[in-house]
Structures are given as C-alpha cells and as structure tokens.
Design a protein around this ligand. Structure first.
Ligand SMILES: Cc1ncc(C[n+]2csc(CCOP(=O)(O)OP(=O)(O)O)c2C)c(N)n1
Ligand SMILES: [Mg+2]
Length: 363
C-alpha cells in the first residue's frame, strides 16, 4: 500500500495565529559531555563513557538507551507537538521547530547531536554520522501531534533497520572500538542491534496503530526567503565538529522566522550553555538565561505563563515573547526529567485551559 505524504507548507505554518507556550529542546549527544563524558539515560548499550569505559574488563554501558519521546505522547496533554530531528535533515529539522512554535501548548523536540570529543570520531564526520544514525534505523525521525489527549504518529524518513549501515555507523566512532578490537564482540553487537530494532519496532507499531492518515511528513519551504537569524552571534567555544553548533544555528534560524526578535531562551547547564556564555561575554543577541538542570524547564514555563497573565491584566502591553528551553540529554533524561515532564504537561494543559492565558489576549 502506498504511503500517503503530508505536505506541510511552512508559509502556511508561519501565517497561523496560534502560538506555542514553550518549545522544550534537547540536543542529544548521548552522555554528560560538559563534565567529562559520563553515562546518561540516553547512552546506548555497550557504548564507552568515562563511567563505563570500554576495555578488556568492562565493555561499555550495561543497560539500555531510553526512549523518552514516545511515552510523552501518552501524558494526556490537550495540545502538544513532539518530534525527533536531525542536523542531517535540515529542512525537516526547521519545519518541526516552526510547527512546534505554531502549535498551541508545549512542544518537545529532540535532536541527535554528534560529539567528536566524547564519541572519539573525526570532526568532519559529524554530518555523515548523523545521517547514518537515521538511515540505519538507529535514530528514527518521528512526529507526534497530540490533540485533546489523542496522539497521532507520523515520520519523515523510512522506518527500516539497515544492518550494514548500522555497522558502518558504530565503526565511525571510537566509543565502540572495544566491540571490534582485540576481538569481534558478536554477542554484544547483536544485543545492541536487538535493542535498536526493538526501539524502532515500537515506533513502527505506533505508526501502524495510532498513525496519522497521511503518516509521511514533508515540509515545503524556500530557505532563500528566510530572514537571516538574529538570535546568536557566530563566536562561541563549542568544539570543532560539535553537532550542537549546527543544531543551534538551525534552531535559531527557524525560530527567527516565527518570533523575529521577540524571543527568550532558557538554557540548562550543558556544553551549549558554557560555550555560549564565557565569563561575562555572551554569544546570545536575544534574551537568554542560564538555569539549573532541575529548574530550567520550570522557569521557561513560568516565564511564558507570567507574560500571558500580565498581558491579560493589561500590565504587559506588547506581544508576549516566544520561549525556547535548551537542554542536553543529561538534564533531559536524568537530573531534570521530572521537572521537564511536569513543565510540558502544564504548558500543554493549564495554559490552554486557563482563559487568562488565552491567545486572544496575546496580540
Ligand atoms: C544537579 C546538577 N548535577 C550536576 C551538575 C554538573 N554538570 C554541569 S553540566 C553537566 C553535564 C551535562 O550533560 P548534558 O545535559 O548531557 O549536556 P552536555 O554537557 O552533554 O552538552 C553536569 C553533570 C549540575 N550542573 N547540576
Ligand atoms: Mg549530553
């Protein structure tokens, strides 16, 4: 049966009057990198980190790479946009950011983010690694649009596991060297493949059973018509080849189209936060604040809600700002998870159900 494509014209999205409350954004480099490459809930099985180094005795992580994106769809929210994205598919990435910011409620987007330093890969291979991650079936690109508690799954690249591409993918990164040398660790590689196929299989089942009528998303846009991004200056201290660098440029370019300069970023502690705020210098041209693992998502939600309340009371007379929360996988999966989960639920229900936060008062 031919799959139906859902062609989404980005110009139509930009014309929408509706707006989000907060977009929670996670760049996922699969470990706590800023503090020395420690294992996180996103670190995959058998992957080497400094807390589970791959060698003779220890063979990397004992455990699983968690899937936190799909479960969010079952939180029962009134209106939400959830998606995974990749810098290897930039139009899809930017389309998702723009749609999230034009969907009422809270959005959560997670992007695969190569880390040459922590993964022991070549800096110039980051794009290739990101593309292999998606094309092998390891990092599927999916979207879940929730309306009145009902989630609908879709995807933007085929959901198929490709063993050859997967082996090429893991061979490009030193963090898996111990699976190939001194001997080929067949059992461990098979376990890693089994876990990857199981995660992917769950998503295929969700699309098959709870999928949108046209489950293949294609964003249509003319990037040449985009205004230049005005949120982040080019100078910062990220490592060469860092995925977060490409990601933050795609994110801010897409966000500029929606918000112009009426935006506020809240950044949890992580490489991106440290690298864009050295001493008393900042790379951010827009409003930006650093917050803790535990408090970033809560603060982002609180700021967005406060502006809406002040607008309703007539105290804030201008347009309310768009809010984006930025976080690494450590503060998303582990230390900040409880707070992120609650903030998403509030942004996607309280703000929609509370008439004092209504979009009617926003313009
Ligand atoms: C509660 C708490 N524990 C530990 C730290 C120390 N810390 C700062 S950044 C960081 C690593 C963050 O990892 P991640 O969120 O994945 O971002 P990345 O550094 O990988 O970009 C840690 C552990 C902290 N800031 N707060
Ligand atoms: Mg990380």
């Amino acid at each position: 049966m031919a799959v139906k494509s859902n062609i989404i014209d980005v110009n139509d999205l930009l014309k929408r009057q509706e707006r989000h409350t907060v977009l929670y954004f996670n760049y996922d480099n699969e470990a706590f990198m800023n503090t020395g490459i420690q294992e996180s809930g996103s670190t995959p099985f058998a992957c080497s980190t400094t807390t589970g180094p791959g060698g003779e005795e220890i063979k990397g992580k004992v455990g699983v790479k968690q899937d936190i994106l799909n479960p969010m769809a079952f939180l029962g929210t009134k209106s939400s946009f959830f998606a995974s994205a990749s810098l290897a598919y930039p139009l899809d990435f930017m389309g998702k950011v723009i749609e999230a910011m034009k969907t009422p409620g809270g959005g959560f987007i997670q992007s695969f983010s190569p880390c040459p330093r922590g993964w022991r890969s070549d800096a110039h291979d980051s794009f290739k690694i990101a593309k292999l991650a998606t094309d092998s079936g390891y990092y599927p690109l999916i979207t879940i649009r929730v309306k009145d508690g009902v989630p609908k799954w879709s995807y933007s690249r085929p959901l198929k596991f490709n063993r050859e591409k997967f082996l090429e993918f893991i061979k490009t990164m030193g963090k898996y060297n111990h699976l190939f040398k001194p001997k080929f660790e067949e059992d461990l590689i098979n376990e890693l493949i089994q876990q990857t196929e199981a995660r992917l299989g769950n998503m295929v089942a969700l699309v098959d059973n709870l999928g949108a009528e046209a489950p293949m998303d294609v964003y249509k846009m003319n990037v040449k018509q985009f205004a230049p991004q005005t949120h982040l200056a080019p100078g910062y201290g990220l490592c060469p080849g860092c995925g977060a660098g490409s990601i933050v440029h795609l994110l801010t370019l897409a966000a500029t189209q929606v918000a112009k300069n009426n935006i506020l970023y809240v950044n949890n502690t992580c490489c991106l936060e440290v690298a864009t705020s050295k001493d008393d210098l900042t790379s951010w041209k827009s409003s930006w604040m650093h917050h803790l693992f535990e408090s970033g998502a809560t603060v982002a939600d609180a700021v967005a809600t406060t502006y809406r309340m002040l607008r309703y009371k007539g105290i804030w007379k201008k347009e309310i700002p768009y809010v984006i929360h930025l976080a690494g996988d450590g503060s998303t999966y582990d230390i900040g998870y409880q707070f992120l989960k609650s903030a998403i639920v509030r942004s996607s229900s309280f703000t929609i159900q509370n008439r004092y936060c209504s979009d009617d008062y926003c313009e």
